[in-house]
Design a protein around this ligand. Structure first.
Ligand SMILES: C[S@@+](CC[C@H](N)C(=O)[O-])C[C@H]1O[C@@H](n2cnc3c(N)ncnc32)[C@H](O)[C@@H]1O
Length: 208
């Protein structure tokens, strides 16, 4: 599955926009991590990481494997005048260019469906997570109400959109994520699942 940066960014800005601040609030409420370092993996134009930076004091790295996405993210960072706390980096989740135990929070929205080797990716994420750190990795739209608004617009573009969404976050895929986490040797996690989204919340113990 490949992604066209410009086309996806148009959808993110014009259709998905209300979801990012809603998810950022959920991440803040759920994790209560508001300081330190955060990594947004598969950040696209950086809208989730930027929404979280606006409501916290986090220093945020926006990471994407596509240079075109990071170019868009860098423009968004500059537009929001957040260069002192937010930085775009080109990189792959399977080989994250950051040190062990360095990130207090790792977030990712809508990207894990594209990862070639999720076991390897989960291991990498756990490696960079700092002791006491948490993740919020998955897919979603913030609330059922926002999902319904977005769904209405997306169905006009792609009549199969709802089925595809279900395949990615349905019960079967959750069992599969649990299996992959086990293979990655990660046992301290929860999976939050609702109509509006599915999120893998890993916890790294303070003693490693
Ligand atoms: C559907 S977009 C989501 C973008 C953004 N998180 C959002 O919610 O607007 C998926 C993103 O994941 C990125 N991606 C896919 N595989 C990746 C990988 N192996 N490493 C890093 N980024 C990846 C893609 O380039 C794309 O920007």
């Amino acid at each position: 599955m490949s992604i066209n940066a410009g086309e996806f960014d148009k959808i993110a800005r014009e259709i998905f926009a209300p979801a990012y601040p809603a998810i950022a609030e959920q991440i803040k409420d759920h994790t209560r991590i508001t300081k330190g370092y955060c990594l947004d993996i598969g950040c696209g134009g950086g809208y989730l990481g930027l929404a979280l930076a606006r409501i916290t004091q986090l220093n945020v790295y926006l990471l994407d494997q596509l240079q075109d996405m990071i170019d868009i993210a860098n423009k968004n960072i500059a537009r929001e005048e957040l260069e002192h706390r937010v930085e775009g980096i080109v990189g792959d989740v399977h080989q994250i260019p950051l040190p062990d135990n360095s990130m207090n929070l790792v977030i990712s929205r809508g990207s894990l469906f594209f990862w070639e080797d999720q076991v390897k990716a989960f291991r990498e994420i756990y490696r960079v997570l700092a002791p006491g750190g948490m993740t919020f990795i998955g897919g979603g739209f913030g609330s059922e109400q926002i999902l319904r608004q977005i769904e209405k617009k997306m169905l006009q573009k792609d009549p199969q959109w709802s089925e595809k969404r279900q395949q990615r976050i349905g019960k079967q895929s959750i069992a599969d994520y649990q299996d992959k986490l086990k293979q990655a040797g990660i046992s301290t996690y929860d999976i939050a699942h609702s109509e509006a989204g599915m999120w893998i919340i890993m916890h790294k113990n303070t003693e490693v």
